[in-house]
Design a protein around this ligand. Structure first.
Ligand code: NCD
Length: 304
């Protein structure tokens, strides 16, 4: 059974195929509206979510399918002590595909090993978030017209930000991608991502704490929220949470065709004064996420 737990579970060719499929869905939505009639997606979200869960559910409805949903761990049997493995076996009796978010790294992987239907990781702890990366890739492609030859700045919480880890893994496979890693010293990219992805593949990257000093080099700026829920103490969170706030003044040196992204939710990282700037792509990213999830569900159910 094919599952997607890590973005590396998809080859570059498969990602390109998903982009093509998403673009076709955008142009010809009616061709897809009955594709998954009679099929059911189970969304199991054991951590807060608005976008990701609703976007999976909207994706399934727009393909003509139905949705079964657990959105509160306390209201599910997990609170009685049921294991992820058993939950996966049980849900396999009701649904055709599962999207799972879990605070524990690796929980969707365990689910995939025990389910008899495909499992999609919708975010596991501070680890991975492959479908956000699919949304990010379609956004970069639509904004830039390419997925190669880009300098991508990642700014904020690079330590706990799972969207950052998955995006680096994905984009490192395209040619001539450079990364600029902008974070406070306490929130630098985990060393396993630096060694296993960047160093291992000879990817060019630069590390800095100063966003403005690198602004003019960037083709894409990916802002992230400081991940409060992964901090051990409130004091550190409060000290670091407003490390970077993007304001129109800070964009003075930015390229005219910069693409500004954020996986959302935004707290303070991007001033609302930037929302109307044509370079702001973060709300387009939300919509792109729905199309890429539609493409991925079709693929995993053998309908693409
Ligand atoms: C992200 C996540 O859950 O990791 N949100 C999302 O899915 N769009 C980013 C975040 O919560 O900061």
């Amino acid at each position: 059974m094919r599952s997607v737990i890590d973005i590396l579970d998809l080859t570059v060719e498969e990602i390109d195929e998903l982009v093509k499929c998403a673009l076709d869905i955008i142009s010809n939505p009616s061709n897809y509206s009955e594709k998954l009639k009679g099929k059911k997606l189970a969304t199991l979200f054991f951590e807060p979510s608005t976008r990701t869960r609703l976007s999976f559910e909207a994706a399934m409805y727009e393909l003509g399918g139905n949705v079964l949903s657990v959105s509160d761990q306390k209201a599910s049997s997990a609170s009685k002590g049921e294991s992820v493995a058993d939950t996966a076996k049980v849900i396999s009796c009701y649904a055709d595909i599962i999207a799972m978010r879990h605070p524990k790294e690796g929980a969707p992987y365990v689910a995939s090993k025990n389910a008899s239907i495909p499992v999609i990781n919708a975010g596991d702890g501070g680890h991975n978030h492959p479908t956000q990366t699919l949304a990010d890739i379609l956004t970069i492609y639509r904004e830039k017209g390419r997925l190669t030859d880009l300098t991508i700045g990642l700014c904020g919480d690079l330590k706990f930000g799972r969207t950052v880890h998955s995006l680096i893994n994905a984009m490192a496979r395209y040619s001539n991608i450079k990364f600029v890693l902008i974070s406070p010293k306490e929130l630098v990219l985990p060393s396993y991502v630096v060694s296993d992805v960047l160093d291992k593949n000879n990817i060019e990257y630069k590390v800095t704490t100063d966003l403005e000093s690198v602004m003019g080099e960037l083709d894409v700026l990916y802002m992230t929220r400081v991940q409060q829920e992964r901090f051990f103490n409130e004091e550190d969170y409060l000290r670091l949470k407003d490390s970077y706030i993007l304001t129109p003044e800070k964009l003075l040196d930015a390229k005219i065709d910069l693409t500004i992204m954020h996986p959302l939710p935004r707290v303070n990282e991007i001033s609302v004064a930037i929302d109307d700037d044509p370079r702001a792509a973060y709300f387009k990213q939300v919509l792109n996420g729905k199309y890429m999830r539609m493409a991925l569900i079709l693929k995993l159910l053998g309908e693409m």
